[in-house]
Design a protein around this ligand. Structure first.
Ligand SMILES: Nc1ncnc2c1ncn2[C@@H]1O[C@H](COP(=O)(O)OP(=O)(O)OP(=O)(O)O)[C@@H](O)[C@H]1O
Ligand SMILES: [Mg+2]
Length: 266
């Protein structure tokens, strides 16, 4: 069952996007001439060394930051303004709200009454295995539970475009495996357009239909990798020869810059 009607499907088109931040310490060129295209219902990953502009690009897609140059367009005619929701690395839950109210919060601006908001939030918490924790507060939960709740909150708004900035990077390896599996399941059910930023190259290849490999600075797209492994995929596909080969080839492309950032020559 698809929750997002197909007529709401959208595509993203980024053309020649550059971003220069001006701060007291001068100008920082974060992105230069970035071209990127995402088809409706596609899951595209962005990987690249720290500081190469991944979060900046995601914020531009979210409409939180304006590009200095270039164009971002949505939908077939380029004039769409799809509902976009961002999931941040640090979950961003409100400590003073229970889990169910945190998740329901996403609907507050939409004119849905409180009982209905809670009902829908409760349903999603149930789907994510959090029903028993609905009345708990974020600081009473594990990191994995908080991150699941953050994903539930994002999904509740039924975004047409889901923008995820390293949503699992703060988690332990085992929780991450489970949540990757859950994300693949939820995405398989909904077919939303997703742009997913991660440092984890294997994760990018495992989850993505395509992976854009970025290098900095300024941030540019260095290559685009297509992953043909059929869906549904699961975490065991980490060992699939295509996944391993593509992950190593991406690592070869960025290892030099990661070493440079760390001042460790190869
Ligand atoms: N609001 C801002 N003002 C000034 N500089 C900024 C701002 N936001 C980002 N930058 C700079 O832009 C560059 C890209 O930052 P960004 O956060 O997009 O990188 P990133 O690839 O997401 O890094 P990480 O992997 O560490 O999260 C960095 O040099 C950063 O310092
Ligand atoms: Mg970032």
């Amino acid at each position: 069952m698809s929750i997002v009607p197909t007529d709401l499907a959208t595509a993203i088109s980024v053309e020649g996007v550059s971003k220069t931040f001006t701060s007291r310490r001068g100008e920082i060129e974060a992105l230069r001439g970035v071209d990127l295209h995402v088809a409706p219902g596609e899951l595209v990953c962005l990987v690249g060394p720290s500081g190469c502009g991944k979060s900046t690009l995601l914020r531009i897609l979210a409409g939180l930051v304006a590009p200095t140059a270039g164009r971002v367009a949505f939908g077939g005619n380029g004039e769409g303004d799809p509902r976009r929701t961002m999931v941040f690395q640090d979950h961003g839950l409100f400590p003073w709200l229970s889990l169910v109210d945190n998740v329901a919060f996403g609907l507050e601006a939409g004119g849905v009454d409180k009982a209905e908001r809670r009902r829908r939030a409760g349903h999603l918490l149930d789907q994510l295995g959090l029903a028993a924790f609905a009345s708990r507060y974020p600081d009473e939960l594990s990191g994995g539970m908080r991150q699941r709740a953050a994903i539930a909150r994002a999904l509740l708004t039924e975004p047409q475009v889901l923008l995820m900035d390293e949503p699992f990077s703060a988690l332990d390896a085992q929780s991450k495996l489970v949540l990757q599996q859950e994300l693949m399941r939820l995405w398989g059910e909904r077919g939303q357009t997703v742009v997913y930023v991660t440092h984890d190259i294997l994760e990018a290849v495992l989850l993505g239909d395509r992976v854009y490999v970025m290098t900095g600075r300024p941030g540019t797209i260095q290559q685009e990798v297509h992953v043909t492994l059929p869906r549904p995929r699961n975490v065991h596909d980490r060992d699939h020869p295509e996944v391993k080969a593509k992950a190593w080839s991406i690592w070869s492309a960025i290892e030099g810059q990661v070493r440079q950032n760390l001042h460790i020559p190869g």
